[in-house]
Design a protein. Structure first.
Length: 99
């Protein structure tokens, strides 16, 4: 988890992620569950002409990470903010440790 957190707010190894800010962070009383919500700014990885036609150089996403130390899971939910009225993108990933 520590390696994952090192990519924020930016990481030179991930040039698409140009900025991020924590919007909300909560932790359960026993420290087993930590929920972090952040706004991320990503460079649009598209040809120059396409970016000019669409009129964007970057897009914004909201990312919600739920780390459950008790169940040894990390759930990442992401949805777009840019173009949300025209296109809604939602991604959900679940990482877990199996014994």
């Amino acid at each position: 988890m520590y390696a994952y957190e090192k990519r924020f707010p930016t990481c030179p190894l991930i040039p698409l992620l140009t900025a991020s800010e924590i919007l909300n962070k909560t932790e359960s009383a026993d420290g087993a569950i930590c929920v972090t919500e952040r706004k991320c700014k990503l460079n649009v990885n598209a040809p120059y002409l396409l970016k000019k036609l669409v009129g964007v150089d970057h897009v914004f996403f909201i990312q919600k990470n739920t780390l459950n130390r008790r169940e040894r899971t990390l759930t990442i939910e992401v949805h777009n903010v840019s173009f949300a009225s025209r296109v809604f993108v939602k991604e959900r990933c679940l990482y877990y440790v199996s014994v």
